[in-house]
Design a protein around this ligand. Structure first.
Ligand code: ZN
Length: 142
């Protein structure tokens, strides 16, 4: 499997059965699957999504949004549990409005699941962890 590094975006080849062994980037030594959401920017978003290897769940959020703040620790917790099966990322919609506009984000928090660089599913509104995991399971990720 080829995984883009969340830090330097270098594409690393990792055997599928080594994903749970805390693989590190060959270029910058950052953890490839850090077990927590990675922050994407307008500059990194397209390359990371295209080269993610695994499905990517992106949380579109903003600092002023109360439900986003409620959702943040839940998203972090599910990332810690499921971070070797799906990659977790966040986009600050205030800092990177062009990314959210391109993906037609109407309300936040919004979650978009990308597979092979394409949107596969989306949902919006804050969710408890069991609801988030059930939604991921409905997309074949558990
Ligand atoms: Zn790297």
């Amino acid at each position: 499997m080829e995984l883009a590094c969340p830090h330097c975006l270098a594409v690393n080849r990792v055997p599928d059965d080594r994903l749970t062994d805390a693989p590190k980037c060959g270029k910058c030594s950052s953890p490839l699957l850090p077990g927590k959401p990675v922050d994407l920017t307008a500059a990194s978003f397209d390359r990371f999504i295209a080269k993610a290897g695994l499905p990517v769940l992106v949380d579109f959020w903003a600092d002023w949004c109360g439900p986003c703040k409620m959702m943040a620790p839940i998203f972090q917790q599910v990332a810690a549990e499921m971070g070797t099966r799906v990659r977790f990322a966040k986009v600050d919609t205030e800092a990177h409005p062009q990314v959210s506009m391109r993906h037609h984000i109407k309300g936040i928090p919004s979650l978009i699941l990308f597979r092979n660089g394409q949107e596969a599913a989306r949902t919006s509104g804050a969710m408890e962890s069991h609801a988030l995991k059930r939604w991921l399971a409905s997309q074949g990720i558990q």
